[in-house]
Design a binder for this molecule. Sequence first.
Ligand code: NI
Length: 171
Amino acid sequence: MVYPIVKFGDPVLEREADEVREFDTPELHQFLADMFDSMYAAKGVGLAAPQIGFSRKIAVIDVSNGENAEEKLVLINPRIIKTEGRQEGEEGCLSIPGFREQVRRAKRVTVHAQNAKGEEFEMTGEDLLARAFLHETDHLYGRLYITHISALKRDLMKRKIKKLQRAGEWG
Ligand code: NI
């Protein structure tokens, strides 16, 4: 099923999600399928469980936008264990629609996570995948990408969002 995306302003996006302790259950497999469906429906390359209202440390990523099934990634209880280099680029978030900002991120990132069976693994990604590892893992600790931009830009963005909220144009 496709869940609606939770928008900035909902407290579920700004608190640390709960660790996942039960693996390989029908409920977890269904939830992961729903996360991919919700991400593709929203045309995102990554989605964290709090963005559909579930405070659980689960993220899905597909930097191929559904073009290549081999690029589907599930990160459960992820931790960033190594970062190298720098990249500059625009970043957006499904929970903050209509906004994009330049965000400096590491160029090469290694994440430690568990898969749907609870097996631990490490994976290193570069460029867009590195950015997705950082962005989605941040979500699971209650951090949005706007914590990585200047306070001035962040305040401006928050003011615009408040205006949209008052106009009833923010979910
Ligand atoms: Ni996001």
